[in-house]
Design a binder for this molecule. Structure first.
Ligand code: FA5
Length: 349
């Protein structure tokens, strides 16, 4: 075949191959084949000496022309392939900004924390300060300072988890009273505090008892505080949490750190006072213990009981939550069932 025919054929085949290359990889292979170092065109240039001298110039020109043509077609094909790749990617990753967003799942406040925060605000509004004592407490603060010397029979009222002879998991928040009393400077005014926190007891778990629960201690000490101040405060708490309708009653009771002592019951939410399994057929659920602070507690903390006196209370936040929300088993607060907890979600959460 004549060299010029060969070049013509090479040109046509090359252009066809460029057209057929469907992706960048194929196109690169075609580029190597058509204009690379070992391509047919380069071979022709290298073997120019075999071409008749009068044809060399024209052959050279033709080869260069074809190579330029290939290069410009290869570049155009490359641009086209890239444009297609980008268009495909854009189509696949298209974001519809008008679609509504997906709402992230937020947790909700635990019902006991709802009551706790509410009560803290309630007491702060009445001028109380909020204190926090340690959960791993000493026998000294939980019992001895609270008028419960070692071997006092009333220690059995609270089955306590001891860590060693002196340290324990506190069975009541009353130790907070002693800690604050010791430090309070009465020349600067009366003492009004609440101390919320976890407590632990070797109680058998049932619908209204847990081995771990939350208490909130309250203490008010000043001159001339009377039992009617205590009664008024307890009624205010009950009305604030349970509203006007739920009935409350105060019963005489015994605590070594108060004299006289009372316990407050709230009518059972389930049977409305008629008696059911939850209230153990009494119609009432006990929510707190309280009383006038025993002079020994004041004296143990270095406070003159002839001048100062006051009241204290210790309320069970779990019981408050049970009664407020109509929860039939205290253990629901501690089993972390999201379906249970979500019932307490507020609309704005
Ligand atoms: C006391 O713990 C006293 N420290 C309260 C007190 C403070 C009296 C200051 C006087 C002055 P009591 O053991 O009754 O008292 O517990 C107080 C409240 O905690 C109870 O009324 C009840 O609401 C709650 N409570 C007691 N045991 C449990 C339990 N196992 N599970 C859940 N709540 C409990």
């Amino acid at each position: 075949m004549d060299l010029f025919d060969k070049l013509k054929e090479l040109r046509q085949n090359g252009l066809d191959e460029i057209k057929k290359a469907s992706d960048e990889k194929k196109l690169n292979e075609v580029r190597v084949e058509l204009v690379g170092k070992k391509s047919e065109l380069t071979n022709i240039l290298h073997s120019m000496k075999e071409v008749a001298p009068e044809q060399r110039r024209e052959v050279g020109q033709k080869v260069n022309e074809i190579r330029d043509l290939f290069n410009s077609h290869l570049n155009a094909a490359k641009d086209e392939i890239l444009a297609k790749v980008i268009a495909k990617k854009m189509e696949e990753e298209r974001i519809d900004v008008t679609l509504p967003g997906r709402k992230g799942h937020l947790g909700s406040k635990h019902p006991i924390n709802i009551i706790l925060d509410d009560l803290e605000n309630f007491f702060i509004g009445m001028g109380y300060k909020v204190v926090q004592g340690p959960e791993v407490e000493t026998d000294h603060y939980v019992f001895e300072m609270m008028n419960l010397p070692k071997d006092h029979p009333a220690r059995d009222m609270q089955a306590t988890f001891y860590i060693d002879d002196e340290n324990l998991l506190r069975s009541q928040t009353s130790g907070d009273q002693a800690r604050v009393l010791e430090k309070h400077d009465f020349s600067k005014g009366p003492l009004k505090m609440v101390g919320p926190g976890k407590v632990y007891r070797r109680d058998d778990d049932d619908a209204t008892h847990s081995h771990q629960f939350m208490q909130m201690e309250g203490l008010v000490i000043d001159k001339n505080i009377t039992m009617s101040d205590l009664k008024g405060t307890l009624e205010l708490i009950a009305k604030h949490v349970f509203g006007q309708d739920r009935e409350i009653r105060l019963r005489p009771s015994y605590f070594p750190f108060t004299e006289p002592s009372v316990e407050m019951d709230v009518s059972c939410f389930k049977c409305n006072g008629k008696g059911c399994a939850i209230c153990k057929y009494t119609g009432w659920i006990e929510v707190l213990g309280a009383g006038m602070v025993h002079p020994n507690v004041l004296e143990n903390a270095g406070v003159d009981s002839n001048v100062y006196g006051g009241f204290a209370f210790g309320l069970g936040l779990d019981r408050f939550a049970i009664l407020k929300y109509g929860v039939t088993d205290i253990r629901d607060f501690y089993t972390n069932d999201v379906r249970f907890l979500e019932q307490f979600r507020k609309e704005e959460d």
